[in-house]
Design a protein around this ligand. Sequence first.
Ligand SMILES: *Cc1c(COP(=O)(O)O)cnc(C)c1O
Length: 247
Amino acid sequence: MSARDTPEAAAIRHNLAAVQARIAAAGARAGRAAADIRLLPVTKTVSPARIRLAHAAGCRMFGENKVQEARSKAEALSDLAVRWSVIGHLQTNKAKYVARFASEFQALDSLKLAEALERRLQIEGRGLDVLVQVNTSGEESKYGLPPQEVRGFLKHLPCFSALRVRGLMTLAVLSADHARVRTCFRRLRELRDALRQDAPAGVSLAELSMGMSGDFECAIEEGATVVRIGQAIFGPRPLPDSHYWPV
Ligand SMILES: *Cc1c(COP(=O)(O)O)cnc(C)c1O
């Protein structure tokens, strides 16, 4: 046992392996290869020290929902070769931060934000993979475009040359009613299938980012290519809205 092989490191390795096995099993049920489903570990409220353990366990990309938290972790971990995906709502005035350090942004939902990201990415000389967030649950509390507005929105995206559109993202309704959760995922896949036929040139809709710790198996059965998983890897979050993390 090396000095770094603490119980905490072992727990993260164990949880990661368990999640990967569940991804593979759900994929197999749906006739899909595990290699076609990307696990994005979500590290909101997880300390940089614990993110290092996940890196040591093989993770190379992490998801964060708040840009400030993501920025400070990217700085604290700048010695590691890791990439960052911003998966939460972004205010236009914070586009510059995402343009500086993120590899992927999963919550694009307005042209104003696309314009701000494009301008800042041009300044930085960078490109960004983006997913368009869709509100599949109809809940007012959720961000994302209503499904019927996505087609018109996609038409504008080819003119933003720094934004590489990869697909769609959604959050399902938070409910113990599995049928309602599944309906959200199915809606995203059906929307993607309908839009794919005549997607604008350069706009790929290959990716479907859907599914979190509580519902990722259902999402995979409905076609998820990216699952965003935090608590099943890092344990429960005691302070879900905190900007701070235990040291
Ligand atoms: C926190 C978060 C997740 C992961 O949720 P868990 O329950 O920890 O798996 C996924 N997607 C988004 C947008 C999040 O903010």
